[in-house]
Write a protein that binds this ligand. Structure first.
Ligand SMILES: Cc1cc2nc3c(=O)[nH]c(=O)nc-3n(C[C@H](O)[C@H](O)[C@H](O)COP(=O)(O)OP(=O)(O)OC[C@H]3O[C@@H](n4cnc5c(N)ncnc54)[C@H](O)[C@@H]3O)c2cc1C
Length: 595
């Protein structure tokens, strides 16, 4: 194989979603930056985000960033680091205005200010009522953020390497020297030699069978870092969003409930009144997902099946608004205007018109709270003692700073992308200003090229889709909304077998060079397997229930022993070493969560 082409930049950013492009805008102010993306940038998953971006702008009613911070900490089940949450909620306000000034077409209210809607877990801390905090552009908020950032990157002449897939990080002791990538179009290997590297590669919902995540969300950046000795933080916390379209997993935004939609069981009951008497359908996602699961288990799914109804028909919504003493009415026109894409999805995929009929929904694997550990400047941490790996950065869903703790609130991911993406960009620019470009080691691509040769030429008989299916089935059955020790032990066992089969027998039909997605998907499956294994290993060790990690055998939260972040470090024999770091507390003392 030809020698890889070498490109040299001050900084390379892997990923062109919201986090990567926000960082590129800031790092690019003084450094020579390349953004490498396996997808064309505007196809990144950020573009699928629907409901909104959280910021206490107080455009419709009183709100404060401190209320936003409290809701975030409470939503996180007190696992979030409160110093990072303060940064998130304070910076959110300026960053949303900054996006507006970049040209983002937010929905407006009559006085011209940005429109806001209600969302799960966001409250007025004095009344405990849902507050209008989610800034939105209809139900296409992420699409608008992504387009706006991309246009601004083009305007600022950011260098893009579209459809290049990064497959390795060049790390020499405690320094980084760049990354290795494949040009998807012709299969050639490229080395990006740089002073700084940032990962903004998004999540890994594809570990599970039913997911809201795009096909491309295979956790590449997290797996690459893990294989190069970076620990993974809080992997046991993976969010199941309560309202995915039944069987398909496609997301129905929480914005539907924010606009008044309610969940109804097979007996026609608005069951969230029982689980969260004060905030009902707008309780945090872990609470609502568990409620749906329990309703289904008790035989109260629709027609005894494993789904419930999400009802946003004006008749139902207006009935409940009235019952709750609210002076509000919604209509067909209102739904078409505020939720056009959702209406479109359900008509297309289900043949259900949400203005007339309820939508069948079930929990869907949605969001990685855990990931590459960072500090509030998006610098990557090497261990639970907060030692930084100079020159390495991460932000967005792949990172764990940690502002979401054990459960993320809706709208806080988009905020996280722009707030911590920006901070990564600023910090990287500073770093590149003073850092030297360190020399490349000999043959930095050799190891990963050999791995691709092995996958390409393996004589085995295991196809990617067979192994992926096995992984998704065991993770769904054993490490999902509710967990117990024996099931997680089974998942660990199954995943070990899957890993062995992957290493020995994975095979691809396409042996060619051009657009060899067969080969790349086989490599991506290896990433998913490593992340699924880290998830199961971290989960079985945590003997309590907190946020998205709900154990039937340890139903209580245990603050005496578990107010800690998990750091899982991959060992050379494939096992994980687990260490723990105390949560950074602040203004908010942990207390039982009541919604
Ligand atoms: C359907 C849906 C709706 C959502 N709605 C909301 C919402 O309303 N509000 C909210 O706050 N959050 C929402 N979220 C969550 C939020 O959208 C995501 O967490 C967030 O967009 C992730 O952004 P990111 O920048 O980290 O990564 P992404 O936008 O996922 O981008 C990842 C980037 O990395 C690149 N990449 C990945 N691997 C490689 C590789 N090996 N080499 C090169 N490039 C690579 C990809 O090409 C892509 O450019 C939603 C998520 C989904 C799935």
């Amino acid at each position: 194989m030809a020698n890889p082409t070498v490109h040299t930049f001050d900084a390379v950013i892997v990923g062109a979603g919201g986090a990567g492009m926000m960082a590129a805008l800031y790092a690019g102010k003084s450094a020579n930056v390349a953004v490498i993306s396996k997808l064309y940038p505007t196809r990144s998953h950020t573009g699928a985000a629907q409901g909104g971006i959280g910021a206490a702008l107080a455009n419709l009613e009183e709100d404060k960033w401190e209320w936003h911070a409290y809701d975030t900490v409470k939503g996180s089940d007190y696992l979030a680091d409160q110093d990072a949450v303060d940064v998130l909620c304070q910076d959110a306000i300026d960053v949303v205005v900054e996006l507006e000034h970049m040209g983002l077409p937010f929905d407006r209210i009559e006085n011209g200010r940005i429109s806001q809607r209600r969302f799960g877990g966001h409250t007025n801390n004095e009344t405990n009522r849902p507050v209008y905090r989610a800034c939105h552009a209809a139900d296409r908020t992420g699409h608008m953020i992504l387009q706006t950032l991309y246009q601004n990157c083009l305007k600022n002449k950011v260098n893009f390497f579209d459809e290049y897939q990064v497959v390795d990080l060049i790390r020499v002791d405690d320094t980084v020297r760049g990354v290795v990538a494949i040009n998807i179009a012709d299969g050639s290997f490229h080395i990006f030699h740089s002073k700084a590297v940032m990962f903004a590669t998004g999540g890994w919902g594809r570990c599970w069978e039913v997911t809201s995540n795009a096909h491309s969300l295979t956790g590449d950046g997290a797996a690459i870092c893990m294989r190069r000795g970076i620990p993974m933080q809080d992997m046991e916390f993976f969010q199941f969003h309560p309202t995915g379209i039944f069987k398909l997993g496609i997301l129905i935004t929480e914005g539907v409930r924010g606009e008044g939609g309610v969940l109804i069981n097979g007996e026609g009951e608005r069951f969230m009144e029982r689980y969260a008497p004060s905030i009902k359908d707008l309780a945090s996602r872990d609470v609502v997902s568990r409620a749906i699961y329990l309703e289904v288990q008790a035989g109260r799914g629709i027609n005894g099946k494993n789904y419930v109804h999400l009802d946003v028909t004006p008749e139902t919504v207006n009935h409940y608004f009235e019952k709750d003493g609210e002076d509000m009415r919604i209509s067909r026109e209102y739904i078409e205007q505020k939720l056009p894409d959702i209406a479109d999805f359900t008509r297309t995929y289900l043949g259900v018109d949400p203005v007339k009929d309820p939508m069948p929904v079930q929990p869907t694997a949605h969001y990685a709270m855990g990931g590459i550990p960072t500090n509030v400047d998006s610098e990557v941490l090497l261990d639970a003692e907060n030692r930084v790996l100079p020159g390495l950065y991460a932000a967005g869903e792949v990172a764990c700073v940690s502002v979401h703790g054990a459960n993320r609130l809706g709208t806080n991911s988009l905020t996280d992308l722009v707030v911590f993406g920006k901070r990564a960009g600023v910090r990287m620019a500073d770093f590149c200003d003073s850092a030297e470009l360190l020399p490349l080691p000999d043959n930095p691509a050799e190891e990963i090229m050999a791995e691709f040769d092995r996958i390409r030429n393996n004589e085995g008989n295991m196809k990617t889709y067979t192994l992926r299916d096995r992984m998704q089935k065991t993770m769904t059955a054993n490490v999902s909304v509710f967990r117990v020790h024996d099931q997680m032990a089974k998942a660990i066992n199954d995943m070990d077998e899957i890993k062995t089969d992957y290493t020995r027998f994975i095979t691809v039909d396409d042996k060619g060079k051009q657009f060899n997605t067969d080969l790349l998907e086989a490599w991506e499956l290896g990433c998913l397997i490593d992340l699924a294994r880290a998830t199961a290993a971290s989960a079985i060790a945590r003997t309590e229930s907190r946020g998205a990690h709900a154990r039937d055998d340890y139903p209580e939260r245990d603050d005496d022993n578990w107010l800690t972040h998990t750091f899982a470090t991959l060992q050379s024999d494939g096992s994980f070493e687990l260490t723990y770091k105390p949560v950074t507390l602040g203004r908010y003392e942990p207390k039982p969560r009541v919604y």
